[in-house]
Every structure is written in C-alpha cells, then in structure tokens.
Design a protein around this ligand. Structure first.
Ligand code: C2G
Length: 135
C-alpha cells in the first residue's frame, strides 16, 4: 500500500484544495492529511474562518481523504513520515523546494496550484456580496 501525506489549513474548502487532494490520492492508495491546528494557524499567521474541528468535519467528507491528523508545528513532518510509513509527501507548488529536506525519507512532489482560487479571496468576495445585500 502506497501511503501519501499532505499538510495544510484547508479553510473554506474549495475546488483548488479538492484538486490537490484528488491528485495526491492518485499518487498512492492511502492519503493522510495533516490539518493545521488553530494554534498552528496563529504561528503560520493564518486566521481561518472555521475552527480545526469544523475544518476536520468538512475535510472528512472528502472521498480522497483516508485519515486526518493534526498539524501542530513545522517540525513534525519527519516524525509523521516515519510514524505513518509515508512513501510520498505532496504539497502545492507554492511550496516548491521548501520541503526538499524530506527527500531522504520519502518521495517529495509539488503539484501545480489551481489558479485563481484561494480561501482568502472567497472570504473577501462573500464579505463584499454581503455588504451589497445590506446596502
Ligand atoms: N492549494 C492548491 N491550489 C489552490 C489553493 C491551495 O493547490 N488554489 C494547495 C496548497 O498548495 C496546499 C494545500 O492546497 O498544498 C492546502 O492549502 P492551504 O490550506 O493554504 O495550506 P497552507 O497554508 O499552504 O499550509 O506545513 C505546510 C502548511 O501547513 C501548508
């Protein structure tokens, strides 16, 4: 069984995230997602709309995801790869090269990001639409 892992906040899950998860799953048989905790989001300077538990419920509904574990810090990747016997580590290519140090433990693949979609833009767009409704 080929085991794949990826990491992220996955806030306001959108088709760019799902596109990443789909392609990551296609690289193996079992996909683990290390989901950034609320506390780690603060370290990443990311404010997510949904809490960890809410993001986990949404992510868990995705057919490509087999297991969700918390991502609590930058340093856990090596331990995770050993603990879960990971064959392939996958990230979007906005992270190109950043995790090449993991190549001594497993295959490292950066997949092209889906253009023109990100959680922040979705949130801003919804805010603007909401403002128009209230005018
Ligand atoms: N992604 C993508 N296309 C988009 C948006 C996101 O392929 N339009 C990918 C990102 O490249 C990432 C994953 O979806 O691989 C999750 O994106 P984020 O939730 O923004 O994750 P990030 O904040 O980059 O966290 O330790 C790694 C970090 O936790 C990564």
């Amino acid at each position: 069984m080929k085991r794949v892992i990826t990491y992220g906040t996955f806030d306001v899950l959108h088709y760019g995230h799902v596109n990443l998860l789909k392609r990551a799953k296609e690289l193996g048989d079992y996909l683990i997602v290390a989901l950034s905790s609320d506390e780690f989001n603060i370290i990443k300077n990311k404010k997510s709309y949904y809490t960890y538990e809410q993001r986990k419920i949404i992510l868990d509904s995705c057919r490509y995801v087999d297991l969700i574990i918390p991502e609590n810090n930058w340093e856990q990747k090596e331990t995770d790869i050993k603990k879960y016997k990971i064959n392939t580590f996958v990230m979007g290519d906005d992270w190109q090269g950043k995790f090449d140090f993991l190549k001594k433990y497993c295959e490292v693949i950066y997949l092209p990001r889906t253009p023109d979609i990100c959680s922040t833009d979705v949130k801003i767009h919804l805010l603007q639409e909401n403002k128009k409704l209230l005018e």
